[in-house]
Ligand binder design. Structure first.
Ligand SMILES: Cc1cc2nc3c(=O)[nH]c(=O)nc-3n(C[C@H](O)[C@H](O)[C@H](O)COP(=O)(O)OP(=O)(O)OC[C@H]3O[C@@H](n4cnc5c(N)ncnc54)[C@H](O)[C@@H]3O)c2cc1C
Length: 389
């Protein structure tokens, strides 16, 4: 089996790359460990920067997002018992789109299937090989049969736990990591969102976030211990804690509804440099993780593969490798700014077990500054809607 680009992983990064390459006349084969049903129902991110919306539209997969997505022009910050609005559009001229990652994945899978190009689900034992030569290949098993996929390039879009990054010699990678001493307990609930816009709450009992996936489905999060067991969190305790941290009664009409999904997500910042090793390119979570407070994970995956598709198109169309050579540095410059913003939002909104009274006062003063100074609010808004490519 042979293709131009072997893509490992059918998350937002791998599927979008396949679609962008298809539109540029470049062949690819996508290899995914899970089933189609699994990836189409994996609930994760849900906030798209304006630029991600443009890229998905340009890729021809934005029609349902434009119909069903919720355009948000602002967000709320809640602290010291009060809610303050950050008007994203007044501050930046931009907005963000609320549209679940699993919906983006469904749209991309449908587009891929429509092209008739290869997308193999439930493959096993994927091994990227020989990418430091000009004859890279990927070994994998499908339906019990061993396969060899020869290619010009390998795109490692296989998430944080995938095989691509770990197949690079550790001496050639520089890893940067920060693990936070808390996690997010997230629920998906069948209840109309209690607010039209997201509410990020800094409460003395810990962070909480009210967000949504549609006019009838809410996505809610609570800061919890990193090793928190879901057994400690029966539904009543979750709703009661959400009401305490987000406000209830006259403040907010948080309506209890059936919980469709529950999970604990650990929080880390992580970057692997560089993102290119010979003919292997890393993109998305395979190369970097951000804590979800800034809503950036899926957006970074989208911008990485947009740049990679452009670089590969320049190689195949113009015979020029300048963009491929610059891919890692170009991505990393933006990734580190997004890392900074995600870290900053995390530090601003969470309680740390070793918080001193000084830290607490400083956090509240910073929130006060952001919500009372146009410059303070504008910096948050500019990063939240997305920095330019
Ligand atoms: C539990 C969870 C909750 C999250 N919540 C949020 C959130 O609320 N907000 C936010 O902004 N971000 C969130 N994120 C981050 C965001 O979802 C990711 O940044 C985004 O999925 C990155 O896309 P990706 O395509 O790079 O990686 P992924 O979506 O992880 O896709 C990688 C793909 O590679 C496949 N794969 C892995 N190993 C192999 C293998 N051996 N062979 C073949 N395929 C393989 C995986 O099955 C997967 O389909 C969350 C992440 C997680 C894990």
């Amino acid at each position: 089996m042979r293709t131009q680009v072997a893509i490992v992983g059918a998350g937002p990064a791998g599927l979008l790359l396949a679609q962008l390459l298809h539109l540029r006349g470049i062949d690819s084969v996508v290899l995914e460990a899970k089933s189609r049903h699994y990836i189409e129902h994996r609930v994760r991110a849900g906030v798209l920067e304006h630029q991600s919306v443009d890229i998905l539209n340009e890729a021809g997969v934005g029609a349902r997002m434009m119909r069903e997505g919720l355009l948000h022009h602002g967000l709320m910050l809640r602290f010291s018992g009060q809610v303050h609005r950050i008007d994203l559009t007044a501050l930046t001229g931009r907005a963000v789109m609320i549209y679940g990652q699993q919906e983006v994945v469904k749209d991309l899978v449908a587009a891929r299937v429509a092209t008739g190009s290869p997308l193999h689900f439930e493959v096993e034992d994927v091994q990227p090989q020989e990418f430091d030569t000009d004859r890279p290949r990927v070994l994998f098993r499908s339906g019990g049969t061993q396969q060899v996929l020869e290619c010009d390039y390998i795109a490692g879009c296989d998430g944080f736990h995938g095989p691509c990054r770990v197949s690079i010699s550790p001496t050639e990678l520089k890893l940067f990591e920060r693990v936070y001493p808390f996690a997010w307990l997230g629920i998906l609930a069948e209840t109309p969102p209690a607010s039209e816009e997201l509410i990020y709450a800094n409460h003395e009992r810990g962070f909480a976030l009210l967000s949504m996936r549609s006019p009838t489905v809410s996505r809610l999060y609570l800061q919890c211990a990193p090793d928190e067991s879901l057994e400690n969190w029966p539904d009543e305790r979750i709703w009661s804690e959400l009401q305490t941290r987000l406000g209830s009664g006259r403040d907010l009409d948080l309506r209890i509804g059936p919980i469709l999904q529950k999970g604990v997500t650990p929080m880390r910042s992580f970057v692997a440099e560089p993102m290119r090793h010979g003919r292997l390119f890393l993109a998305g979570d395979a190369a970097h993780i951000v804590p979800p407070t800034g809503a950036k994970g899926m957006n970074l995956a989208i911008t990485d593969v947009y740049l990679l598709a452009e670089a590969l198109a320049r190689h195949y169309r113009d015979g020029q490798d300048d963009r491929l050579n610059e891919y890692s540095a170009t991505c990393l410059r933006r990734i580190w700014k997004v890392q900074r913003f995600s870290w900053w939002m995390t530090m601003l909104l969470h309680r740390f077990s070793d918080d001193s009274e000084f830290d607490r006062r400083r956090q509240l003063a910073e929130l006060d500054y952001i919500t009372s100074s146009r410059v303070g609010a504008q910096s948050l808004a500019e990063n939240y809607v997305g920095l330019p490519l």
